[in-house]
Design a protein around this ligand. Structure first.
Ligand SMILES: C[S@@+](CC[C@H](N)C(=O)[O-])C[C@H]1O[C@@H](n2cnc3c(N)ncnc32)[C@H](O)[C@@H]1O
Length: 354
């Protein structure tokens, strides 16, 4: 058992089984042993690769999407440009580079990055050294101006709770320690859930309290000050039932309860839940639409064509592979979905629709 495992085991022995939420929060975010504090998770050498790390085209098109939203907002002379979980800072750097075609957009943007890993914050500072940036460990209270917010593979990294339907009731799924191994166990307490009536024996439903709270706050801001939010992540458009708690290590799935802090832990984003939260605030929703189709509508093929014209044969092959990886249904094109939230229906239409 590794050091974080020993800490979690000692806690379980003292106070009883812990929630998946607590387990995941520590495994990902522990300041010393947590996954994002320990190592570089991105790229071929790491555990996974994200869209902005695959190709500059991804961030560039999102930059143009943001400029379009800003124009539809009436070109305000101040707005908050926010990214949640910016990783290496690549998406924001590429987005700001493509937004150079609209210098007034850049002048109006107050850039805020929400990041809780000190190691990744340093990476972001290096990638964005030419810009004035504010960092936050949680979504800040942004006042007085519209917001344009982007979150790529952020919500899937937030801790979840799971509930299992057992003998007529929903019970929280917890993590216990037996000998030197972690295992799941159901709580003896019954949890009153909205979904209680739809349960079948063994059904599992997941909630993401932190993600839901962030979307609730962002929607409150959208309804008061206007703007748009782009959420790119994997998860089903409608389904709420199913166990999606998973671990990825060296680009392969592994057991999420083995070696906490050494594998990336994620869960599918529940787009249906986010839609409900938006509706409560009267915020408009577009999508979720498949990432491939979204990028095609934003013009990824034209951008690819342009980059190809200046490339040698090796670079051309690389660009073709990048395009395929981002858009093809057999790669990231369908698995990843894009959802936009905005204060009115016309603010975030680019990339959606037929
Ligand atoms: C899977 S990575 C995605 C990185 C980046 N968006 C990309 O696409 O390459 C998740 C990011 O969210 C950050 N993160 C995870 N949980 C967080 C939290 N609770 N608060 C702030 N940042 C968090 C991680 O440190 C990391 O930067």
């Amino acid at each position: 058992m590794n050091d974080l495992g020993k800490l979690l085991k000692a806690r379980i022995e003292k106070t009883g089984p812990i929630s998946i939420y607590d387990y995941m929060k520590q495994a990902l975010g522990h300041p010393e042993y947590g996954y994002y504090s320990r190592q570089d998770p991105f790229g071929e050498q790491g555990d996974f690769i994200t869209a902005p790390e695959i190709s500059q085209m991804f961030g560039e098109l999102i930059g143009l999407w943001a400029v379009d939203v800003w124009v539809k907002l009436g070109c305000p002379n101040k707005f908050h440009l926010v990214e949640l979980g910016p990783g290496n800072g690549t998406l924001m750097a590429d987005a700001l580079r493509s937004a150079r075609l609209a210098p007034d957009f850049l002048a109006a943007a107050e850039i805020h990055l929400v990041e809780n890993s000190a190691r990744l914050k340093a990476q972001q500072a290096a990638a964005l050294k030419n810009y004035e940036v504010s960092w936050h460990t949680d979504l800040p209270d942004l006042t007085g101006a519209p917001i344009i917010l982007v979150a790529n593979e952020f919500f899937d990294a937030l801790p979840i709770r799971q509930y299992c339907f057992s003998k007529g009731n929903w019970r929280e799924r917890l993590v216990t320690a037996i000998d030197n191994k972690f295992d799941f166990v159901l709580s003896t307490d019954v949890t009153p859930l909205d979904l209680a009536s739809s349960g079948k024996e063994g059904d599992i439903v997941e909630t993401c309290p932190d993600g839901e709270q962030i979307v609730d706050r962002v929607c409150g801001h959208l309804s008061k000050k206007g703007g748009a939010v782009l959420i790119i992540d994997y998860g089903a458009a409608d389904t709420l039932v199913g166990d999606s708690f998973q671990a990825l290590k060296g680009h392969k799935h592994s057991n999420p309860l083995t070696s906490p802090g050494e594998a990336d832990l994620t869960a599918h984003v529940k787009f249906a839940t986010l839609r409900k939260i938006a509706a409560k605030h009267g915020v408009m929703v577009q999508g979720p639409t498949p990432q491939g189709r979204f990028l095609e509508r934003l013009g990824i093929e034209a951008r690819h064509h342009l980059l190809r014209q200046k490339a040698d044969d090796t670079q051309k092959k690389k660009l073709d592979a990048q395009l395929r990886r981002l858009t093809s249904a057999s790669e990231m094109g369908t698995l990843f979905k894009v959802m936009a939230l905005s204060h009115n229906m016309s603010a975030a239409t680019e990339g959606f629709g037929s």
